[in-house]
Ligand binder design. Structure first.
Ligand SMILES: O=C(O)CCC(=O)C(=O)O
Length: 263
């Protein structure tokens, strides 16, 4: 069920267009996310043991989540408010193409300031949004455990202008501390960076990728087990329409192909 009215979603979409991001505070139920955390801790341990993560800097790991169990949760990935904002800023019939996590550990560092994708057309950065990240942490995110930092309003700027705006303080970094349950929706073109986790506890941040209906990202995919697919609603099936369907036994195979992440 939606928490926001149509007027409020319109306003959030306008804020997104200006800033390149919005945060919905206390949006997802904490008890659901604590179940995700329990499942994630097992996965993290296993992937670290197998060195089967995509490394995003010292002690910073990107891990695709299997689309099974807790993680195949339509109440999360088809949340009506999140989709309401995604559709307003990236058009009707968006595609869900990524379900993963970013986790800085003790010993992680500042990432270089970067965008996650280049402009859609070389030399024409001023386009509406086409690739979004919906991020939510599996713990509280404090100044100590590696908060995400982002500039506001750089998502539609040419590279030089964005870097200049950041360097001169016109577009400073904002530290996004979050409570378990908060959700951030962002245009991945904004200049941003990960920061060091100074604590002993991992700081997992889930990332669900949504794209415009016609946009294809070959570097990511969600393997959808047939039995999970059959249980999805029409909305869930539609969001995942371009994702490969796999035998149940093949779900959750380790191995990351999303390695170039900074532009
Ligand atoms: O996890 C984070 O806080 C940021 C990660 C990030 O921006 C990236 O790896 O591209």
């Amino acid at each position: 069920m939606s928490r926001y009215t149509t007027t409020e979603l319109d306003s959030l979409a306008r804020q997104f267009d200006a800033d390149g991001m919005v945060v919905l505070r206390r949006h997802f139920p904490k008890d659901t996310l604590l179940k995700w955390r329990k499942a994630f801790d097992v996965l993290l341990e296993q992937r670290l043991r197998e060195s089967a993560t995509a490394v995003r800097g010292p002690n910073r790991h990107y891990i695709t989540l299997p689309f099974t169990g807790e993680f195949a949760d339509e109440a999360i990935f088809a949340d009506p408010d999140v989709l309401g904002i995604v559709e307003r800023v990236a058009g009707d019939e968006p595609v869900m193409c990524q379900l993963a996590s970013d986790t800085p550990l003790l010993g992680s560092d500042y990432q270089d300031v970067h965008r996650d994708t280049p402009a859609l057309f070389d030399g024409f950065p001023e386009t509406p949004s086409f690739q979004l990240a919906v991020n939510f942490p599996l713990c509280d995110v404090t100044p100590e455990n590696g908060p995400f930092e982002t500039t506001l309003g750089t998502h539609r700027m040419p590279d030089k202008q964005a870097q200049e705006a950041y360097r001169t303080g016109l577009a400073p970094m904002h530290t996004i501390t979050m409570e378990l349950g908060d959700v951030m929706i962002r245009d991945v073109r904004a200049l941003h960076r990960g920061t060091p986790n100074l604590t002993k506890a991992p700081r997992p941040m889930v990332v669900i990728g949504y794209s415009r209906s016609w946009y294809f990202r070959p570097e990511v995919k969600i393997d959808v087990p047939e039995s999970v697919y059959q249980r999805l609603s029409a909305t869930g099936k539609r969001l995942l329409r371009y994702m490969p369907r796999v035998d149940d036994a093949d779900a959750g195979a380790a191995g990351e192909s999303y390695t170039k992440f900074a532009y």
